[in-house]
Design a protein. Sequence first.
Length: 350
Amino acid sequence: MSEEQRRQAITRMATCGGCAAKVGPGDLREILKRTGSADAPKSPRLLVGTETGDDAAVYALTDDIALVVTTDFITPICDDPFLYGQVAAANAISDVYAMGGRPLVALAVCAFPEDLDPAIAAEICAGGVAKAAEAGAVVAGGHTVRNEQLMYGLAVTGQVNPRGVVRNVGAKPGDQLVLTKPLGTGLLINGYRQGKLGEAELLAGCRTMAKLNRDASALMIAHGAHAATDITGFGLAGHTLGMARGSGVRLRLWRDRLPVYTDAARLIEAGVTSKGAKHNQKTYEDQVEGPGVDPILFDPQTAGGLMVALPPERTDAFVAALKDAGTPAAALVGEVVPADGPKLLEVTYA
């Protein structure tokens, strides 16, 4: 591929980057309410559906085998097409890992503009194939459409033992909370798009985004996780509130212990934000108790880490194992307490 082809600015082929392009949580709730899904026939084999906003669906085939089914696709997060494909694939596969599953097979979902160079399109797809292979899965086909905005991702099918599914519900008072990747990907992506972050700094962040949550998933199972969710487009607030609501508990996060990308604070001060962050804040702000509005809570994450609730006696060993496995940002970030009011997320300081 020529340097001119490689430097085609694919970030200009979308109005926003990564999971910030998602439909806002308030609008999505209204859409789902109108689909009539609550009245649709239920299958006893569907172990996890839409009822708690979990990361993926789980469908039992036998007493010992269930499928984990999910899809996710994103707009460009950087101008390196191969790395974009890797991050998009890691982002999609993460939903399987969040459920405690193992990815098996994927189909590519491609929305390509007319003026996208075919060689660039091939690099995007190659990045996704390479990341899926790293996860032990195969990309077996896919579907393409022409579209004004560039989007790429995967529909992923994985496998899990029905008795070993880890859900975003099940957190118990007394549990501690561990986050496995830093926060602030939306700030990095949009900081670059707005000319307030250099490409080298963005690409360093993208390489962290591209890291699979495979080790974190295996280790959370080994250390007896009660609940988990991956932190993506609805931000830290949205996904932790989902865990709190579904578990019937309150989550207390320690702001000073949250791992955050190096440039995130500077970008907040520079006024960087996104429509996704604004939608998240509008939806979740009144459900959060804490010292004022903190933009990092609402920043939409792309290929974020897992938030894991597990017994306190397992936490130190879990964090140490994560660091040994090459997850340096992993940190104890909070605790689970009994629900005592309408606000299920508290942000304080340790």
